[in-house]
Design a protein around this ligand. Sequence first.
Ligand code: LMR
Length: 338
Amino acid sequence: MKKIIVFGLFLAAAISLIACGQGASGTDEGGVEEMKIKFSHVVSENTPKHQGALAMKEYIEEESDGKIEMEIYPNSSLFGDQDEYQNLASNNVQFIAPDLTKFVGNNPQFNIPALPFLFPDDESAIKFWDGEKGEEVLSSLTDDGVLGLSMWPNGGKHITNAEREITSPDDFEGLKFRTQGGQVLESLYSTMGAGSESIPFGELYTALDQGVVEGQENTFSNIESKKFDEVQSYMTVMNHTRVDYAIFTNTEFWDGMNDETKKIVEGGVEKGTEVARAEAQSLNEEAYETIKERGQVEIKELSEEEIQEFQETLEPVYEEYEEDIGTDVIEAAREASE
Ligand code: LMR
């Protein structure tokens, strides 16, 4: 009899431990759940995304009195571009914040940051993704068990390459560029007579170093922190497309937390969003200064007339993709930029 009671108690304790670890109750019973959550991303530490993740971790661990532990894995150290979505859908990681253009295979509307010269600055991109259309796009992956919570900006992208100075669309002729992926970026390069290839961020330095591609486009922050300027010779400041992220979670994890736990985690996402948004611009400005100081690339800042030539050349990309992306979505993005 004693053995049966001891076994019963052991079983009850084991069941409650499992329930607690998975945050499965979805009610406000039982206080803050003890759990470990993981945030995986592909960029370096000195970037808006990592700073946002750190602020989120600090908030969550403090507010939960350490009951919730958050582990951050930068530099593709847990998952890279190739496998982070799948692992989020399987709840092997609870948060990722990928460049939105990496989801164009799931929904072509994620091509928005790749549309040329659409958003002039972080504010307009934030305004679009916080608006009705932006939120609809961020919520479009729930069939996979993935939910977009909030947009985190990085900034405008600029072109680097190993071959020649780029000041006009004709200078792209015959070069091959790495892209984050997606039909719009591919078309943008082919419109200017260049080739393109989608390569995971974690493999980009080597691809540039070995000449798999001659160039790439990225934010100052990503170029500086990954030292792409070491293996490139020219940089054109273009601000023609953007790297914007959203923080994505697994819906089973998100809906499974009890109310008290969820409030803290939601507060953490808000805090991370606040910090990522506040720091993106200054981190990019600092990175630009560092690239200049390092002096590895010859830098060209385009004049207004030169920018206009690119705008005119790339205008057909809009016509090509407006049906896939939706004229209403593009219109909402344009309104956010006014
Ligand atoms: C890239 O792949 O170039 C970037 O989108 C990486 C990132 O997450 O900023």
